[in-house]
Every structure is written in C-alpha cells, then in structure tokens.
Design a protein around this ligand. Structure first.
Ligand SMILES: Cc1cc2nc3c(=O)[nH]c(=O)nc-3n(C[C@H](O)[C@H](O)[C@H](O)COP(=O)(O)OP(=O)(O)OC[C@H]3O[C@@H](n4cnc5c(N)ncnc54)[C@H](O)[C@@H]3O)c2cc1C
Length: 500
C-alpha cells in the first residue's frame, strides 16, 4: 500500500475542515484534507454567519467576498389567521462601530460559504481530496498517527503527526476514539429544503402558523434565487420528501394555491438532538466542529462554532509543530468545549421559543462577540478591575478593533495588524524600549505620538482601557492573552517564554 507522509491529516472538508486547512496553509504547515464525498455539499443549511465569524473570515481574507456573495437577513412576515400579517426584524442589527466592524449577521447559504473557503484554500495552493474516506487509524504517542484512507485508486496509508476529525455529527473519528457523546434528543424533527418557486416576493422571510406543529417558513436565500423551506414534521413515520410531497405540504400549511414549487434543489429531514463530546483530544487526535457538538439549528450557531473551533486549533497546531509546548494543544479542549456547552444551552432555549411562540428572532447573544476564554491557562490579567463593571475589557475577551493612524497619518485598523496570524504586543504610551525581546511570530507595536501607531481619537484607549505604560498581548486568534501594566514583570516574561 502506498504511504503518504504529512504533518496533519484533516478528515472532513466541511466548514470546520476547510477553515483549519486555510489556517495551516497560511502558516505553511504540511497537511492533507480529505472528504469521503465525491463532490462538495450543495445545500443551504447553515445560512447565518455571525459577526464574530465575519471578523475571523476577514482575517482569513474572505469576509468581503462573503458579504458580496450574500445579503442581509430580511424581516420576518408572520401571517395571521385573518390573512393579515405582522413584520418583525429577524436579527438584531447594530451599525458597525469602531470596536465591532460587523453589526449584524450575514445570510449566505452554506454551500456558498464553503465554496469561498475552497477558493481561498486554492489561492494558498491546496485543495480538498474528495472521494477519500478515512477507514481506520491508530496512534502512537511518540511517532504519530497511521491512517488507512480509501481512495478511488485503492487504499493508501497516511502517516501524520496529528489527525483532526472534522467529520460531522456522526464522526467516525469520535466513535473510533471511544469518546462519549452524551446529551438528549430534542423530540423535534424538521425538513429543510432549497426550492425555486413563484408566488412569493423575496423581500421578507414568510412564516405561517407560528408556534404550532403546522408551522412553516419560506426564507429567500440571499446569493441565490431560491427559498429555504423549514417546517417541523412528526417524530415518527415516513415524510414524503418528493417534489410533489413538499409542494403539497406547502399548500396545506400556507393555504396558498398561488405558491408554485418549480424544483427542489436540496432536501433533508433531520431529528434534532443536543450533544457534547466528553473530550476533544485523545493523544494526537482531535475532534472539531459538529464532530464535537450537535444541537438544534435555532440560533444559527453550528457552522459558526465549528469554524471557530478550527480557528482556535489551527494556530496552536502550527505553533506546536514549530516547537511550542504540547500543553498549548490542551487549551483547545479547555477553551472550546466550554464555549460549546454554553452554545448548546442557548440553542435549546431558542428552540423552545420557536416551538412555543414561533419566535425566531436572534439577539446579541447569538452573535458570538461576547464569547471569550477568561478561565483559560492562556489568560493573564494583571490589571486591577472593578468587579462590578463588566464593560471593561479583561484578558480572555475578544480583542476589539480600533481605527487608528500609522506614523505617516494613514488610516490603519487594529484588525489589519492583528489578523496576520501572529501574536501582537501593544505598548500604550510606553517609556523607553520594550523589555520583551523580539522573536518569530511576535510583533511589537508602540502606540503614542512617537510610536508606529497613533491613537489620536482614543479608540484604542477606550476599547482596551489603556493607561500609559499598559501592555496588551493579543493572541493569533484575536483574543486578549495578557493585560498588564508591568512590562518588566516576571509574569509576562514567563508567559512569552512558555510559548516557546
Ligand atoms: C437544517 C440545518 C440548519 C442549520 N442552520 C444553521 C445556521 O443557520 N447557522 C449555523 O451556524 N449552523 C447551522 N447548521 C449547522 C451547520 O450546518 C453545521 O454545524 C456545520 O455544517 C458543521 O460543519 P462541520 O465542518 O463540523 O461538519 P460537516 O459540515 O458535517 O462536514 C463534515 C464533513 O466530513 C466528511 N466526512 C465524514 N466522515 C468522513 C470520513 N470517514 N472520511 C472522510 N470524510 C468524512 C463529510 O462528508 C462532510 O463533508 C444547520 C444544520 C442543519 C442540519
């Protein structure tokens, strides 16, 4: 059997696998990305991209492409029994601000999101290998992982230093590792389908029978001429998913003979459950995305959480392959499993609201901007905080953006500096040269009238709560690792030394 050697084998080229591949490609790590399907996924299912994910996509070089390809969420039109209707906002939309450049979620069907990620990966010189199924693997703590991959040309052996199971909710990798996947069935089953139809305008998200078993919605899919159908169906029994069956269900539930279904482009029937993997890591094998957590789609969290798992893991894998301590990889599970646990609770709460009141509105808590890693081993906060003031930035929080100026007076955003993939040490009005020695992957930026970055309008000062002499160390994934007023202290020096 032919043997291929690589540093990282990524199993699954969905949103999580593609994000991880881009992050490794940006850092010149050798990897192989495989998917058992012969062609990419073609449905709309995860169509909501949250503001925090847009920030990540900006750093990956794809946010503008995605915004150009998608569109805003339209208002929901809730039809009443008297044939009138009420229009209500679907999502909470805020104007872009200095600290948060993306004020609202983007609607982009999942297959378009994944297409743009593949395009970016191709620009970086890589592509997923379709028709390649992970069939078996074993690991040895010292040497790595040995995997058998079934390909159209027969089985090959892949020898990798790490294996990542980004292989979806039914994850082969998770099962092969024997990782428990506890949780509960949500006693809810639904159909999602992409349709071309006539009889409805595409300026609102149409909803009928809110809150009941007969509820149904047809949402115009931005970036396409299609509508996404969503409707609950009975838990038991066969549901007719043929074109005619779907058309009949729409007619029966809407009472509208003028809605004509011309074609069904993609359809799925799924039972909802809420589950979280007991572990995200066993030795040299990790799981990410739906492989590690599944939950109801209400709230639009799954794709976003999956992308952010990969975003968290990518730079850590690259760092450890480059010599950082293996313990850095343990922070992946510690940070991301806690976020997923919170997300499961949120999605269940929103499912209840949808079932009981037909309420599908998505608020700030779904936008993922307030998530962070305050309890992480990578979080060091030496500033005195007023515990009653939660508005003040803490270490572990998402690092806010800020419009600044370069030394020549040109506009510069902090995200442009922090999105490059390395660590960023911000020295605010520091006196004297930095106590931290330069090293690969760390950029030291002086802010002040003599610094390379000017904060004339005080956006950085306000967002970071900076006092002269303060230091913020921003992680490669855009979270604040360290906040301190003591650049010469042992804590900051040890932190940086530990990273290798
Ligand atoms: C109806 C519905 C609506 C949703 N709506 C939203 C939403 O609005 N917003 C949101 O954020 N999320 C939403 N989601 C969730 C979102 O679709 C998932 O969270 C997302 O697809 C997870 O990405 P992933 O990469 O982890 O897994 P997947 O997308 O499942 O990708 C896994 C990949 O692994 C491959 N694979 C599996 N086994 C193997 C193997 N042995 N060898 C090789 N390859 C393998 C599969 O072929 C697949 O391509 C929705 C989901 C559903 C079902």
């Amino acid at each position: 059997m032919r043997t291929i050697h690589t540093d990282v084998l990524i199993c699954g080229a969905g949103a999580a696998g593609l994000t991880l591949a881009i992050e490794l490609a940006r850092r010149h790590v050798d990897f192989l990305l495989i998917d058992k399907t012969t062609t990419p996924f073609g449905g709309s299912r995860g169509k909501g991209i949250q503001p925090r994910t847009l920030e990540i996509f900006e750093a990956m070089g794809v946010a503008d492409r995605m915004v150009a390809a998608g569109g805003r969420y339209p208002a929901q039109r809730k039809y009443r029994a008297d044939s009138g209707y009420d229009d209500v906002a679907s999502v909470e939309a805020a104007a872009p601000s200095a600290a948060e450049p993306y004020g609202e979620p983007l609607m982009l069907p999942q297959h378009l999101t994944e297409g743009i990620l593949r395009e970016r990966l191709m620009e970086l010189g890589h592509a997923p290998r379709y028709g390649h199924a992970l069939a078996d693997f074993e690991q040895d703590e010292q040497a790595g992982v040995s995997a058998r991959v079934a390909t159209p040309d027969g089985d090959v052996t892949v020898r990798a230093r790490y294996l990542i199971g980004a292989d979806g909710g039914r994850s082969f990798v998770r099962k092969a590792l024997g990782i428990d996947f506890p949780g509960e069935s949500m006693n809810a089953r639904a159909v999602v389908a992409d349709l071309s139809l006539s009889g409805l305008k595409d300026d609102v998200w149409h909803r009928w029978n809110g809150g009941g078993a007969q509820q149904i919605s047809l949402c115009p899919l931005r970036g396409t001429p299609l509508f996404q159908l969503q409707m609950p169906i009975p838990l038991e029994g066969e549901f007719d998913l043929s074109d005619a069956g779907i058309a009949a269900a729409i007619a029966a539930r809407t009472g509208r003979a003028d809605i004509v279904v011309h074609a069904v482009h993609w359809r799925s029937d799924y039972a909802m459950s809420s589950r979280l993997a007991e572990r995200y890591r066993v030795g040299r094998v990790f799981i990410a995305g739906d492989a590690a957590h599944v939950h109801p789609p209400t709230g639009g969290q799954g794709l976003n959480t999956s992308v952010q798992d990969a975003w968290n893991l990518g730079w850590k894998l690259a760092a450890v392959l480059g010599g950082a301590p293996d313990a850095l990889l343990d922070t992946y599970e510690a940070e991301r499993r806690e976020v997923a646990a919170g997300m499961l609770g949120l999605a269940s709460k929103l499912l209840d609201a949808a079932r009981l009141r037909g309420d599908l509105r998505r608020g700030r808590e779904t936008q993922q901007l307030d998530l962070g890693y305050p309890l992480s081993a990578l979080t060091l906060d030496e500033r005195a905080h007023d515990a009653s003031n939660s508005a003040v930035l803490r270490a572990g929080d998402r690092a806010p953006d800020a419009p600044c100026r370069g030394a020549a007076g040109q506009p510069v955003r902090l995200f442009t500096l922090s999105g490059g993939g390395g660590w960023l040490l911000l020295r605010y009005e520091a006196s004297g040269p930095s106590a931290i020695a330069g090293r690969p992957g760390l950029r030291i930026v002086d802010i002040g009238v003599r610094g390379e970055l000017r904060d004339d309008d005080g956006y950085l000062r306000d967002a970071y709560g900076f006092q002269p002499g303060d230091i913020a160390l921003i992680r490669p994934d855009g979270y604040v690792g360290v906040l301190t007023g003591d650049e010469h202290g042992a804590a900051l020096a040890n932190y940086i030394k530990w990273l290798g």
